[in-house]
Design a protein around this ligand. Sequence first.
Ligand SMILES: [Zn+2]
Length: 73
Amino acid sequence: MSSYFVGHNALFNGDHAVHAENCQHLPAEQYRTYLGEFTNCRPAVQQAMTVYPTANGCFSCCESCHRVFSISA
Ligand SMILES: [Zn+2]
């Protein structure tokens, strides 16, 4: 089990990145929300999407949950 967090600040594409606790890109404490303990990133991203519909797995620590959105006009 790992602790997962979602960042408050959206990335350039509007995503809110979900990180595991050991990620080098984990935002500072005041810029992240604790999601809970999960065995993998998928339930963590689902939990994050209840807060930020554009939540997305971090490309670094949650690569298997990272998806590239097609930006529609
Ligand atoms: Zn990360």
